[in-house]
Design a protein around this ligand. Structure first.
Ligand SMILES: [Zn+2]
Length: 109
């Protein structure tokens, strides 16, 4: 994706030491290709958000298909669990409670 906002170095350094970033976070039978960083959250006019909780590791396949609802929901579920309430409160235009409850119902076993 040509328009990817550069990720600040202090965040990129964390990818190297955090085992979470070693493999695709969707991790299903469709995983294929190199693991890269998926910007999972866009907000208003500022576009892609560069915060650790919404930067998720995704293989080539899941990165390319991240807009398909099944994967989008899974990415969002993982993202919301990584965020703190304070992280989410910075983006008040999203109804996080409603989104969280929907995703919990869908994915929690
Ligand atoms: Zn994958």
């Amino acid at each position: 994706m040509a328009l990817t906002k550069p990720i600040p170095k202090k965040i990129r350094d964390l990818f190297d030491i955090d085992p979470f970033y070693k493999k695709c976070c969707i991790a299903d039978k469709n995983c294929d290709g190199r693991v890269q960083i998926h910007h999972n959250f866009r907000y208003g006019g500022s576009g892609r958000v560069n915060e650790l909780w919404c930067l998720l590791p995704a293989c080539d396949f899941h990165n390319k298909n991240a807009d398909i609802t099944e994967y989008k929901d899974k990415f969002d579920w993982i993202m919301i669990h990584r965020a703190s309430p304070a992280d989410l409160q910075k983006y008040p235009k999203v109804d996080w409670i409603q989104r969280f409850e929907y995703l919990e119902k869908k994915f929690k076993e």
